[in-house]
Design a protein around this ligand. Structure first.
Ligand code: NAD
Ligand code: DAU
Length: 339
């Protein structure tokens, strides 16, 4: 049995990982989370207090991070500013948390010779042509497009340097787009589901041809656990479940599943620098670590996710108004920029 430190465990992917670990292992978990607008205590409510603790704090608080790293067996690093649209409006917190925060954590794991798993994104590779057979692999060159993805790319590079220069025992995973319970309503799928539940028309950026490679968050959690337990130190593993879909198709499927006409959505100003297509080749993860996704039917996974948001309105209602107000201000700014 191990004691895991999970940074960012009150966010979407981190909270799902905590639930997964507590359900499928006998590890103990301590979460370190700043509880920004994206962190939510309610996502961790009801967990066994003998195996789970939440510490509210910043990954840039070096003495606190030192103390927590020293008192645990391994750290899984999810904490980040995670939303591309926000990074276009105000990049600063992305630099502070994603780059400087990762540096702070690396110095602590270096000091205590602790095991680290760094959770990252496929966006570090930039984007692919629509319709091409190409997919990202562990050797694809980094070519990030947005302030968010460039800050994650910088954090990956720091981890690699700390492995090579200081012998830090770290692994990295780069995943495609996760979906499932507890995702903040600013993100594409929950934004459209909760829009429909509120009687607001879904919003599609541009022509909606952009492709994302969707993976259920529980499959992501299982993959991260596999890398933590069986991955080779110093290695990177790409996580993806062959879930390519364009945004137009996703929004139309949401509308259909919720009993509305497939065309009952609005097209809005496109995201500046909008990446066209992501696609993951996860051969290394599958062959080396024996990981397989369980959620292979995207429409069924989406249906279950829609049901989760129907059943958990008290979880998302407080953040919905604030999120849509941020989008209204964001759209005004974009209209100014594009004339
Ligand atoms: P999220 O925004 O839902 O959660 C981020 C969490 O980090 C929040 O709980 C927030 O309070 C916390 N946090 C932010 N700044 C902090 C700080 N300075 N100190 C401590 N905690 C802080 O994000 P997410 O979607 O759950 O993503 C989590 C991680 O997974 C990120 O590193 C992201 O890059 C990566 N990732 C996400 C996806 C995805 O599809 N969501 C895909 C690939 C990789
Ligand atoms: O690929 C992994 C990444 O996936 C993670 O690293 C990020 O943390 C995560 O947020 C996600 O990034 P995206 O930018 O792909 O996700 P988002 O949910 O913001 O948007 C998904 C797609 O939907 C993207 O092409 C933009 C589009 N979109 C988004 C919103 C919010 C819309 O068309 N309308 C919308 O209202």
């Amino acid at each position: 049995m191990s004691h895991l430190l999970v940074t960012g465990g009150a966010g979407f992917v981190g909270a799902n990982f905590v639930h997964h670990v507590l359900a499928h292992t006998d590890h103990r978990v301590t979460v370190l989370d700043k509880l920004t607008y994206a962190g939510n205590r309610a996502s961790l409510a009801g967990l066994d207090p003998t195996r789970f603790t939440l510490v509210e704090g910043d990954i840039n608080d070096a003495p606190l991070v030192d103390q927590l790293v020293a008192g645990t067996d391994a750290t899984i690093h999810f904490a980040a500013e995670s939303h591309n649209d926000n990074s276009l409006t105000n990049p600063r917190p992305f630099v502070d948390t994603n780059i400087v925060g990762t540096y702070t954590l690396l110095e602590a794991v270096r000091k205590y010779d602790a095991r680290l798993h760094h959770v990252s994104t496929d966006e570090v590779f930039g984007d692919l042509e629509l319709g091409s057979p190409e997919r990202f692999t562990e050797s694809t060159p980094y070519m990030p497009s947005s302030p968010y993805s460039s800050s994650k790319a910088a954090s990956d590079m720091l981890v690699r340097a700390w492995v090579r220069s200081f012998g830090v025992r770290a692994t990295i995973s780069n995943s495609s787009n996760n979906y499932g319970p507890f995702q903040h309503v600013e993100k594409f799928i929950p934004r459209q589901i909760t829009n429909v539940l509120r009687g607001i028309r879904p919003k599609l950026y541009g022509d909606g041809r952009n492709v994302r490679d969707w993976i259920h968050v529980d499959d992501h959690s299982a993959a991260v656990l596999a890398v933590l337990e069986r991955g080779r130190v110093g290695e990177t593993y790409l996580i993806g479940a062959e879930g390519e879909r364009n945004n137009k198709d996703v929004v139309e499927t949401i509308l259909e599943e919720m009993g509305h006409p497939r065309d009952a959505y609005d097209r809005v100003t496109d995201r500046p620098g909008h990446d066209l297509r992501y696609a993951i080749d996860s051969t290394k993860l599958r062959t080396e670590l024996g990981w397989q996704p369980r959620f292979t039917n995207f429409t069924a996974g989406l249906r279950a996710t829609i049901q989760w948001y129907r059943d958990h309105e008290p979880w998302w209602a407080p953040m919905k108004i604030a999120s849509e107000l941020r989008y209204a201000a964001h759209e005004l700014r974009l209209d100014d920029m594009t004339g």
